[in-house]
Design a protein around this ligand. Structure first.
Ligand code: F6R
Length: 242
């Protein structure tokens, strides 16, 4: 694993955007695995700036997002579809036909998850997967106790995740209770992984995930076994590393 420890969120966002830009420049038709949440907002902002400066071309890039809430329509401003358009897709020259996100409106979980796994395979797999990490070490919506080999599946969200995400909704009751998520198996098949993490509240998750035992109780710990992982943290997130 490679670690970059940056001064603050702005610096880590710049570093992460530079790593993604290098991927796009070296392989213009690459497949980017993308994440939502607060962690990647600054990274996407930097990528948009690079595009606006004429330094990046997304015309051949393909994307596959990690996850989507089950039951939220695309035009709901908390759907991950909405997030991705708002923060990245609508501001760069990516072809919307080349962007992929699990369809949260599909009620048949098994069919949607199998279809999404096929979509990712048909892209030839993910070249660079961007990840955030939850306070409990979750990646995507793979919560503690998740089986490591899993492919895309429907997840019951844990109370702690609902609690963490309720800041985006009117109340905890409005947070969807399920999501479609790439599984850890899907994530581990990505050729390269870039995990970004910011803030002291994530410091314990960082210490446990990357410097503790590999265990399903800390889902991100499996990344220690991936051959090409880059973690970009700020100093606060790295403050409990032994
Ligand atoms: C988002 C995702 C989640 C988040 C994680 C951290 O697509 O899959 O695993 O990366 O919950 O969220 P933030 O960045 O909001 O702290």
């Amino acid at each position: 694993m490679r670690f970059y420890v940056e001064k603050d969120y702005d610096a880590l966002s710049q570093r992460a955007a530079n790593i993604i830009a290098a991927q796009v420049i070296s392989k213009p038709d690459c497949v980017l695995g993308l994440a939502t949440g607060s962690s990647p907002v600054g990274t996407y902002k930097n990528l948009v700036a690079k595009y606006e400066n004429g330094d990046l071309d997304f015309s051949q890039v393909k994307t596959a997002n990690l996850d989507e809430y089950k039951g939220l329509p695309k035009d709901n401003d908390q759907s991950y579809y909405y997030f991705m358009h708002d923060h990245l897709f609508d501001h760069v020259n990516i072809d919307p036909a080349n962007t992929n996100i699990p369809d949260g409106t599909c009620e048949d979980s098994e069919a949607e998850c199998a279809h999404y796994e096929e979509v990712v395979a048909s892209l030839g797999g993910v070249d660079l997967q961007l990840l955030g990490i939850g306070h409990n070490g979750h990646i995507g919506f793979n919560e503690p106790g998740s089986e490591f080999p899993k492919a895309t599946h429907c997840v019951d969200l844990q109370p702690s995740t609902i609690e963490a995400n309720k800041r985006f909704f009117a109340s905890a009751d409005d947070v969807p209770k399920q999501a479609y998520s790439m599984g850890i198996g899907t994530i581990m098949r990505a050729k390269k992984i870039l995990l970004i993490v910011s803030g002291e509240d994530k410091a314990e998750a960082v210490a446990k995930s990357f410097f503790g035992p590999v265990t399903p109780e800390v889902p991100a710990s499996i990344l220690q076994f991936h051959p090409d992982v880059t973690v970009v943290a700020d100093e606060a997130a790295f403050s409990k590393v032994p």
